[in-house]
Design a protein around this ligand. Structure first.
Ligand code: ATP
Ligand code: ZN
Length: 288
């Protein structure tokens, strides 16, 4: 099974997406070393070769067929749309591209920015945004430290990536408009050979199992037998909850899987229904 062609996947060498990308692959059971300064690494137990690149370069490498797949932020893809396909959203590296103005500036709507100089590393996305609003601005492309542009007189406002907003705040800026939401995505070149497409499918199957596991928790609890029916109704589980008798007569242990989204609501309802000794564990993989 492990013979034949290897799928080349590009991930960020260092920076905000490196850790999430490397951890995702490792959780998929793919072992590799990412020693400092390495350009690429061979996976030990999967037909995969991992390339470590600057995030901005990843879509081009994949588009040109130098790599077969990659992990990159949607913001990078939207700035330079190319020949790559988005295969799956990966649920990490979440951020937004936002417009921010100096704290003292009056702002009601995008119209207030007409004629202003706006600094950004995302001129293409921003131009499209203002075109769609019918507002004319002067977009000034800079490659880094966009947030300091207003304080040094280089721009009137900025458009930059934000997650908590603390960088903007500490530079005297106020976020006023979300231009786009972004997260890390798996991309691939559209013209993969059948052999490599099969490897990508196998990888994708594992990635989906890891992501499903992240969204779910394994729950164990003890319940008096006369409450089991009510508790089972609160716990949908994958099929139906598992029950195991406790040594103490009249009690049973119940195991199930619950979604992270309504987690606290479920736990509250379980307690109200008489559940005791509730344990919640994270899941490594969930195969559906
Ligand atoms: P490189 O050296 O690879 O070019 P970089 O400095 O361009 O790195 P990072 O700052 O590491 O890039 O960000 C990489 C990606 O992480 C962004 O393109 C974006 O998709 C995502 N990201 C998530 N949160 C943030 C944030 N708060 N600020 C910037 N990027 C973020
Ligand atoms: Zn970059």
């Amino acid at each position: 099974m492990m013979k034949g062609q290897k799928l080349k996947i590009a991930i960020q060498k260092q920076g905000r997406l490196h850790e999430g990308s490397a951890v995702l692959l490792k959780k998929c059971g793919i072992g590799f070393s990412n020693g400092f300064g390495k350009l690429k690494s061979e996976a030990e137990d999967f037909p995969l070769e991992i390339y470590f690149l600057r995030d901005d370069d990843i879509p081009n490498y994949v588009g040109d067929g130098v790599a077969d797949a990659g992990i990159v932020g949607e913001n990078i893809l939207a700035e330079s749309p190319g020949k790559v396909e988005t295969v799956e959203r990966l649920g990490f590296g979440r951020c937004r591209l936002s417009l921010a103005v100096p704290k003292g500036l009056d702002y009601e709507n995008v119209g207030n920015l007409a004629g202003m100089r706006i600094a950004t590393s995302y001129p293409h996305i921003l131009q499209k945004f203002f075109d769609s609003k019918g507002v004319k601005v002067d977009i000034h492309e800079i490659s880094g430290s966009v947030e300091i542009a207003p304080s040094i007189g280089l721009a009137d406002a900025v458009c930059d990536l934000v997650s908590s907003g603390s960088t903007l705040f500490s530079n005297g800026l106020r976020e006023v408009e979300t231009v786009m939401q972004s997260e890390a995505v798996l991309i691939a070149r559209p013209d993969l050979s059948a052999e490599l497409a099969a490897v990508l499918d196998q990888l994708l199957f594992r990635i989906r199992s890891v992501m499903a596991a992240r969204e779910n928790k394994y729950i164990l609890l003890n319940a008096p037998l006369d409450r089991v029916e009510e508790i089972a109704r609160i716990l949908p589980g994958m099929k139906s909850p598992t029950m195991m008798p406790l040594a103490e007569p009249g009690w049973t242990s119940i195991h199930s899987v619950i979604s992270e989204h309504d987690f606290w609501e479920v736990v509250d309802n379980l307690k109200r229904a008489g559940a005791e000794g509730i344990l919640v564990l994270s899941i490594d993989q969930m195969i559906r």
